[in-house]
Design a protein around this ligand. Sequence first.
Ligand code: URA
Length: 444
Amino acid sequence: MRSSPAWIIQKKRDGKELTETEIREFVTGVVSGEVADYQATALLMAIFFRGMSLDETVALTQAMLESGERYTLNEVPGPKVDKHSTGGVGDKVSLILAPLAAACGLRVPMMSGRGLGHTGGTLDKLESIPGFSTALDRERFGQVLSKVGCAMIGQSARVAPADRKLYALRDVTGTVECVPLIVASILSKKLAEGTGALVLDVKVGNGAFMKTRAKAAQLAKALIRVSERMGVPCRALLTDMSQPLGYTVGNALEIREVIEILRNAGEAGTSCDLKEVTLALCAQMLELGGKARGAAQGRKLAREKLDDGSAWRSFRELVREQGGSVDAVDDPDRLARAPRQLVYASPRKGHVGRMDTEALGRLLVELGGGRMKATDTVDPAVGLVFHRKLGARVEVGEPLVTVHHQDAHDPERLRLQLGRSIEITRIRKPVPKLIIATVGGQLS
Ligand code: URA
């Protein structure tokens, strides 16, 4: 006999464990409309306060995964390993990592999202390359993956429709920050793409979803346990997001930075943090995919493939196969460029002591480079270039940030916002560790 939605809500409200069947029926009802939005919201709030056991979280993830289309990619030979980031500011890692891991012999079937709120999205960055299509059908996705070693597409509306519905409700009912709900949301989409293993980049800091190390570690462990229970080996790195990653924030500017790193054309020291995080994640992917015996060997292989130009060649091939302009990536001056540039200089002598990373991400949205709601369009040209990062010594009047903006933006207001977001301290504060911890292996 089917349980009524009201009974399932009461059971969770009273702190009892739901069965797999109850969870599946509820999720099916959410997608079909049989379960009303107010009932779905009531269950989400009950889960928020009562939590979920591992078995319940696995059942919720499975039910959400089965609510939509699922790729198997059996026709693509080779170890399939993907990466997922919990989101940050200036996080362009996927754009370097996917072609790099492909150049090292993995297959990277990457389904990504768009930027929302203060965090950026891989799809928006890719679409600032003229012609690049992230809307490949299932067959073409498999073809590009086989040929290039990686393919980068958006989630179709057919993937995990239960998450689409539940996430929209969570967003407006104060139930986003809940570990079992985040785990089911992320994994139901990631496991739909047909990857054989998964590496997670769980961001920590004032620009991340999880502001503290403890919370990030809790999320990472839950993601790993559920993924492994569902047959997909998984590891996580906790990495710092208390300042933007790399030197650029904004879609076309970030593509330029990616190209610089892939071509090894960066000045010494440029984007060290971005390169380090990418190599560390690639090392984990290579170990999970059986291409390296340990992370140290994986990092060495990744470094070689970055330095010898193999990753750059994979990136160019990816651009070509997905309809993008290879001329534009060969000559990044062809990418979109904003008409105005404003240099924000340090108001005093000292050190870059703190950045309000979330506020910097929101500034990009204000400039037009991000979106507050899913239907907003983004301006690929606008953004921020950071000349100094946390810990750097600065003189008064020394350039800290160049803002790329459109005519409509008031320079004084931009200066004021940057002044509030970047703190110059007399004494140098310790810079947070970039790779904070590795989580994974044998968790019970
Ligand atoms: N990203 C997701 O896809 N879902 C969440 O719940 C949080 C972050």
